[in-house]
Design a binder for this molecule. Structure first.
Ligand SMILES: Cc1cc2nc3c(=O)[nH]c(=O)nc-3n(C[C@H](O)[C@H](O)[C@H](O)COP(=O)(O)OP(=O)(O)OC[C@H]3O[C@@H](n4cnc5c(N)ncnc54)[C@H](O)[C@@H]3O)c2cc1C
Length: 453
């Protein structure tokens, strides 16, 4: 945490950010650039460390990401912060830990088995689904990615967005919000087999849901799977260190194990009550945590609740990390898999499995499962010849991602802002960082023009 917490400067704006994940850290970073060194930026984090859903542990002697892992090389907000901080990135494709086949598993056999290393469209996929279906899918993912990338230019040109849907609309992404990925694919005459099998497998891996996800989320996931060019990286020392170092560099005063219980608009300031201490006044407060999970009482000047219920539900995702040797040929004849995607077949017992590293201490590979329910012992016993270590973590991972996502405005009331409703449309480290960037722009505008809006 910051070596030199900043002292308050009389008259300088005082901003509280609740949550130190991608959204809160990016908002803090942007605010420092907009407001200059005198602004007092304080981050309140419920957990004992920075990062939120970017979280790594030491397991079997190695560092393992449990949550948000992969960053696309087009992700300009996160990568520009990493570059400015001189942070080392590691490339996924360079990592021999991932060596092994891509397997699309239906519970009985591998529908697709391919050595993916360095290949954008593996031959096995082309053979099974035909080149034109894959090219149409690629075209769709590339178009959505180009739209998303236009957000950066709009932000750089000074566009301010008051609502998540305004940002998405300005980037031409509204057409991807009203329908499922399966519907978007069907409009492009992409074969249902490709959607029900391979695409569903990718989406179960990335979002715990199949092709009924809102099309924008689906296309972002497919871009992440390499269908729209670019490649994937992660922070060498763990993704959360990007956020910890960013907060440190901008000298944000960061309070850890400081859960906020109340945010109250009172007179000309906003009171933040954190960690059992007295309420402290701020000029602006940004809530960078899902409102449904944050457990904060947020009230306006008349004691009125500022947050309406969207009926949004976060999904349980069980992450199970295993050190062990896979049962030979469990996934059919051929080399041991590097990534196992699955079709929607409940008897499989998990959504995805990937080889994520190698334990030098135990001399066996490290694997990570995602499942919608706690991974059954019977699955472990079947998939592994021998299990040497297991770590389980349950996430409230992301909202159920469905068409016609609903949002509350970024500005709940002057002085109180939220970022995480953006996740109703798509939930990644970069999209959250980008939404955080926009909310910082909005806060800065409001602070500079107190009479406007
Ligand atoms: C298993 C898993 C795998 C994923 N894989 C990827 C991936 O590979 N690539 C990718 O881009 N994305 C991935 N994601 C999604 C990505 O991790 C999230 O979209 C992103 O991290 C969300 O960031 P955030 O800052 O909006 O929220 P969070 O990271 O959840 O941050 C919110 C913070 O607020 C804190 N908080 C909550 N309530 C309070 C309170 N009352 N007071 C103070 N603090 C509070 C929380 O402790 C938390 O630190 C994955 C997510 C999961 C769960």
């Amino acid at each position: 945490m910051p070596d030199k917490p900043q002292e308050p400067t009389p008259g300088a704006p005082r901003i509280a950010i609740i949550g130190s994940g991608a959204a809160g850290s990016s908002a803090a970073w942007r605010l420092r650039a907009l407001l200059g060194p005198a602004a007092q930026i304080e981050v309140f984090e419920k957990a004992p460390e920075v990062g939120g859903r970017a979280h790594h542990i030491e397991f079997a002697g190695e560092q393992v990401e449990l949550g948000g892992t992969l960053i696309h090389t087009d992700n300009r907000r996160l990568l520009s912060i990493a570059e400015e901080l001189g942070i080392e990135l590691k490339s996924r494709s360079d990592n021999s830990a991932q060596a092994g086949d891509l397997v699309l598993w239906d519970g009985q056999r591998a529908l697709v088995r391919s050595s993916m290393a360095g290949v954008r469209l593996p031959l096995a996929l082309i053979r099974r689904y035909g080149p034109f279906n894959l090219l149409r899918l690629q075209r769709l993912a590339k178009a959505a990615k180009a739209n998303w990338n236009s957000v950066y230019g709009l932000q750089d040109a000074g566009r301010i967005f008051e609502r998540p849907e305004d940002l998405l609309d300005a980037a031409g992404l509204t057409p991807y919000l009203g329908l499922t990925l399966a519907q978007a694919a069907s409009q492009q005459k992409i074969s249902p087999a490709l959607i029900d099998q391979f695409v569903t497998g990718v989406l179960r891996d990335m979002y715990n849901q199949g092709s009924a996800v809102v099309a924008l989320s689906g296309l972002v996931a497919l871009a992440g799977a390499g269908l729209a060019g670019g490649s994937l990286v992660a922070v060498a020392d763990g993704n959360s260190t990007l956020f910890a170092k960013a907060l440190n560099r901008i000298q944000a005063k960061t309070h850890l194990s400081a859960g906020v219980s109340a945010v109250t608009v009172a007179g000309g300031s906003v009171l933040v009550k954190a960690g059992g201490g007295p309420a402290q006044p701020f000029d602006s407060v940004i809530i960078a945590a899902p409102l449904e999970l944050a457990n904060i009482q947020i009230t306006g000047p008349a004691g009125d609740p500022l947050v309406t219920d969207l009926g949004r539900r976060y999904q349980d995702v069980h992450t199970t990390v295993v050190a062990g040797q896979i049962t030979p040929e469990f996934f059919g004849p051929g080399a041991a898999p590097g990534d196992v995607l699955t079709v929607d077949q409940p008897s499989i017992g998990f959504k995805a499995l990937g080889r994520i590293g190698y334990s030098r201490e135990l001399g066996v590979p490290i694997w990570k499962f995602f499942s919608g329910e706690a991974l059954a012992e019977s699955v472990l016993e079947g998939v592994f010849r021998k299990v040497q270590a297991v770590h389980r973590h349950l996430w409230q991972a992301y909202p159920v991602l469905a068409p016609e996502p609903r949002f509350r405005p970024f500005r709940l009331i002057r002085g109180v802002y939220q970022i995480n409703d953006f996740e109703s449309a798509v939930s990644t480290l970069e999209t959250e960082a980008t939404a955080g960037w926009s909310v910082a722009d909005l806060v800065s505008q409001d602070l500079r023009a107190p009479e406007a809006s």
